[in-house]
Every structure is written in structure tokens, then in C-alpha cells.
Design a protein around this ligand. Structure first.
Ligand code: C2E
Ligand code: CA
Ligand code: CA
Length: 259
């Protein structure tokens, strides 16, 4: 689907976008360690649209920053409304493009947002999406290093697919590596097993933790757990859902020893 800049701007003004939250679980215990924010569009004619259907239009219209400002306002409101989160620390990851990190205005916003999220009681993690090639941004290595120094934790998203995994400067500074869901699909596929093992090894060396995406079955979860993956995310652990539905069952979860 393609949407014009004018229609997207209208949707931001009318606050038609909203955050959904998808659980990220400890692979060892299944307890919820945090969540990823995924934007949804309550489109008046087309119904509820998932991000994959409109985020390309948002980015090519240069409106990611405007969208993210609106969206993260809603996230902060959700957290404040629904606190206390039972588990601390509680990871809250959200997606940003390399372009948003690299533009000075949005970079300062990002740092300020992370302070607000921490004050609201969650541990913010930015997931760097792979749709843009980070090589387009000279100086990216220095910028990422500075952001990490300012306390920003980031995750390499879709590792093994797209541009980001190979080219994200300072991958060794990533706090999390999220393996692309193609490596989750068949836990017996030798190439996937090799990739997961290599990623876990890389993470152990750099001090990062590994999140496997797209986990849909108990069999996939067991295979990833056996290979040392730290966290699981996917329909097996829970679909993306609105704040109220997401937070409600958290009170019944065992409290993990650490995140
Ligand atoms: P992503 O960050 O890789 O997000 C995971 C996508 O897989 C989401 O699609 C999610 O709904 C879907 N998913 C989750 N679990 C499973 C599963 O078990 N199996 C399968 N087959 N799919 C699963 P969604 O929400 O359509 O998002 C698509 C992409 O749009 C995201 O990929 C992310 O790169 C981007 N995106 C999402 N929210 C935002 C946002 O707030 N800002 C920006 N800039 N990008 C966003
Ligand atoms: Ca992501
Ligand atoms: Ca991903």
C-alpha cells in the first residue's frame, strides 16, 4: 500500500496511530522480560493496519520523526497510566531507522526520550532497522559511539538480513542482537543452526544478549533455548497487542531474577 505525505500528516494530526506491544520473554523461564513497540494505524476505512503496510510510505515521505514523536507520546502515556510494571528492570524496545539516529534534531529527541522512559520505570532500547543502508551516513560510527556513551542501549534488528547486521558501526556496542526470523523458521536447518551458534558466540564475546524473532512454536522455542539464545519473541510468546491487554496478565507472571 502507498500513502501520500498529506494523508500521513492528517493521520498524525488525528492521532490515528497507536502503539501495540509484543512480549519479549526469557528463553529459560518464559517470563516476560519486556516488550517491543510496534506501530499500528487505526485507519478509518481500511481497519487496523500493521506497520509493514505503511512504514515504507512514512519513511519515503520523510515523516518517521513526526510519527515517532506522536507514537512515543502515547507509549509514555500508556506506561504512566499502567504503572507499576511488576518486573524491574523491564525492557522497552522501539524501532528507529539509521536516518533518525543520524539527524541532529531527532537524535537529541531520542536521548531525551530515553531519559523520560527511564524515569517512567522502563529500560529503553532502540532497535536499528535495516531498511536504510547505514553506509549512506558518514560519521555513523562516531555518532553511535557517542550515543552509547550517553547511555543509549541499542539492538541490531533483523540480524542476518538487510543492511544493518553487516554494516552497523560498532556492532560490538550493541546491547542486543535480534536474529531475523528466517533463522527461526526451521530449527533443524543446518545453515540456521550455524548462524544462531555464530551469533550467540559473537554476543558472548561482545557482551550482548541474543533475541530470536518470529518464534511461533514450542519446538522452535526449545531448539533456540538449547542453542543458548537469551530471549524469544513471536506469536508463541504472544502477538502484538494494545497496552491494556499486554499489561493485564503481567501481574500474574513470575518475577525474573534478572533481565
Ligand atoms: P520488525 O521490527 O522486524 O517487527 C517484527 C514484525 O514481525 C512485526 O510486523 C510483527 O507484527 C511481526 N511478527 C511478530 N511476531 C511474529 C511471528 O511470530 N511470526 C511472524 N510471521 N511475524 C511476527 P509489523 O508490526 O508489520 O512491523 C513491520 C516492520 O515495521 C517492523 O519489523 C519494523 O521494522 C517496522 N516498524 C514497526 N513499528 C515501527 C515503529 O514504531 N517505527 C518504525 N520506524 N518502524 C516500525
Ligand atoms: Ca524491530
Ligand atoms: Ca526484526
Amino acid at each position: 500500500m502507498r500513502f501520500s505525505a498529506q494523508r500521513l500528516q492528517q493521520a498524525i494530526t488525528r492521532r490515528e496511530f497507536m502503539p501495540f506491544y509484543q512480549a519479549i520473554c526469557h528463553s529459560a523461564t518464559g517470563a516476560v522480560a519486556g516488550c517491543e513497540v510496534l506501530v499500528r494505524w487505526r485507519h478509518p476505512e481500511k481497519g487496523l493496519l500493521r506497520a509493514g503496510l505503511f512504514i515504507d510510505s512514512v519513511e519515503s515521505a520523510g515523516m518517521e520523526y513526526a510519527l515517532m514523536r506522536m507514537l512515543m507520546d502515547e507509549v509514555l502515556a500508556d506506561i504512566r497510566r499502567l504503572l507499576p510494571v511488576p518486573q524491574r528492570p523491564f525492557l522497552l524496545t522501539f524501532n528507529v531507522s539509521p536516518g533518525l539516529v543520524m539527524a541532529p534534531v531527532s537524535r537529541h529527541w531520542l536521548l531525551a526520550l530515553c531519559i523520560l522512559l527511564r524515569q517512567a520505570g522502563v529500560t529503553p532500547v532502540t532497535e536499528i532497522t535495516e531498511r536504510q543502508d547505514i553506509r549512506l551516513y558518514p560519521g555513523a560510527a562516531e555518532e553511535f559511539a557517542q550515543l552509547v556513551q550517553h547511555g543509549l542501549q541499542f539492538a541490531v534488528d533483523d540480524f542476518g538480513a538487510g543492511h544493518t547486521g553487516r554494516h552497523l558501526p560498532g556492532i560490538t556496542q550493541a546491547a542486543f542482537i535480534k536474529t531475523d526470523r528466517r533463522f527461526t523458521a526451521d530449527p533443524t536447518d543446518p545453515a540456521s543452526v550455524r548462524f544462531i551458534d555464530d551469533t550467540v558466540r559473537l554476543a558472548r564475546v561482545s557482551g550482548a544478549r541474543v533475541i530470536a524473532e518470529g518464534v511461533e512454536t514450542a519446538r522452535q522455542a526449545a531448539a533456540l533455548r538449547a542453542r543458548g539464545v537469551d530471549y524469544l519473541q513471536g506469536y508463541h510468546c504472544g502477538a502484538p497487542m494494545p497496552a491494556g491487554l499486554f499489561y493485564y496478565p503481567l501481574g500474574t507472571q513470575p518475577v525474573p531474577a534478572h533481565v
